[in-house]
Design a protein around this ligand. Structure first.
Ligand SMILES: [Zn+2]
Length: 389
């Protein structure tokens, strides 16, 4: 057993994490797969940019009151004796309005409950989360300061098996593993819209080096895009071995989907020989040009876990070509109007924040009611998230 202690510098560096993709959202935020899946393939460039910029609808409601920023536990409903006016119109319990991003983000340990994924990938939480060991025989976890190496036990088993199979059967050096979920799942304060129920994991295309990375290196190693431009992979860095890796990633029955950038999907469509059935589980989505995202189906015996519905086709048709064509259209001209100039200034200012703009609040009331129980549960005893295997 080995424990990596994180320095403040490493924690600070963790906050600088940003996806390097040309079309990835600033800060490595990724378009929520559920939304992308339901979009028409033939969307316009502007439409896609809007989709990237827009928060998921369930994130838009702004609660009337929020607990203090430091609130780690749910705030009970108004402690004061309600007056006649309040009695006439009872307020919603404060917990329903509290920002789930802050509450789940503050939960540093898993809930001591039976393991269960509750709700939907982009609207749920995780009971009984288990940590992926930060070092394994065929993987290393990145960005340890984020404390997002938690998942449903089925996800932990999947990553361990996939990593070892890729190494033993395909000669892959080992996986660099990005975010899974927070200890109790839930909506994250930064980045992903999904990753809420412990069934999603981001995996880098870059393989592990032939040595153990330091905690500082795990924070600072850049996630570099594998694209040459928005519609094409960069042939200097993209290798056919990545196809082998993706084939391996989707080869397990528990995998619902693997999400990749449209340009990567296009390369796979154009170059995959032999059995192409795996392509049906590889879904194009914006971002995801330096890593791929694996989503597992709801494990058996998880009542309240909601699967995502997908189209059953190879996904290599006209729709993908139209999407790529839209991505290759030149960016709109520099705004000439005064309003356009103001918008451009605001965009530049937001960019200067390093891509970690706070996300809109996510009221607890939008999560399944059981997520309140998950939040309030005692922490699991002696779970060491930083233990190495
Ligand atoms: Zn992801």
């Amino acid at each position: 057993m080995r424990v990596i202690r994180l320095t403040n510098a490493a924690r600070a560096a963790g906050l600088m994490f940003a996806g390097a993709g040309i079309l990835a959202m600033p800060g490595g935020g990724y378009l929520q797969p559920a939304r992308a899946e339901s979009q028409s393939w033939a969307v316009t460039m502007q439409g896609m940019q809007a989709a990237q910029a827009a928060p998921a609808p369930q994130h838009q409601a702004v609660p009337a009151s929020l607990p203090s920023k430091d609130a780690a536990v749910p705030v009970p409903a108004s402690p004061q004796t309600p007056g006649p006016a309040a009695a006439a119109k009872p307020a919603a319990p404060a917990i329903k309005k509290a920002n789930a991003r802050e509450l789940f983000g503050a939960a540093k340990e898993p809930a001591n409950l039976a393991a269960r994924s509750i709700g939907f990938y982009a609207k749920g939480c995780l009971a009984g989360g288990k940590p992926l060991p930060v070092n394994g025989p065929a993987w290393q976890v990145m960005r340890l300061s984020r404390n997002r190496n938690w998942g449903h036990p089925s996800l932990i088993r999947y990553i361990e098996r996939f990593a070892q199979d890729a190494k033993e059967k395909d000669g892959w050096p080992g996986l660099l593993v990005g975010d899974l979920s927070m200890p109790r799942g839930g909506p994250m304060p930064t980045d992903h819209a999904s990753h809420q129920v412990g069934l999603d994991v981001d995996i880098w295309y870059k393989p592990t080096p032939d040595r153990e990375l330091s905690a500082a290196e795990r924070e600072s190693t850049k996630m570099e895009s594998f694209l040459r431009d928005p519609g094409h992979v960069n042939p200097e860095v993209w290798k056919p071995e990545y196809e082998t890796l993706l084939r391996r990633a989707v080869s397990y029955p528990e995998v619902a989907r693997v999400f990749v950038n449209p340009a990567i999907k296009k390369w796979l469509c154009d170059n995959s020989k032999g059995d192409r059935s795996y392509l049906g589980k590889v879904t194009a989505i914006m971002g995801h040009d330096a890593h791929f995202h694996v989503r597992l189906s709801c494990p058996a015996g998880n009542p309240g876990c909601e699967n995502q519905v997908f189209k059953a086709d190879e996904g290599c048709g006209k729709g993908l070509d139209q999407w790529i064509a839209a991505l290759m259209k030149p960016a709109p001209a520099v705004p000439a109007t005064k309003l356009g100039a103001i918008r451009a200034k605001i965009a530049a200012w937001k960019g200067s924040l390093g891509g970690h703009r706070p996300k809109p609040p996510f009221p607890m009331g939008q999560l399944p009611a059981e997520c309140e129980t998950v939040l309030k549960a005692q922490p699991s005893p002696s779970t060491d998230a930083t233990a190495a295997r």
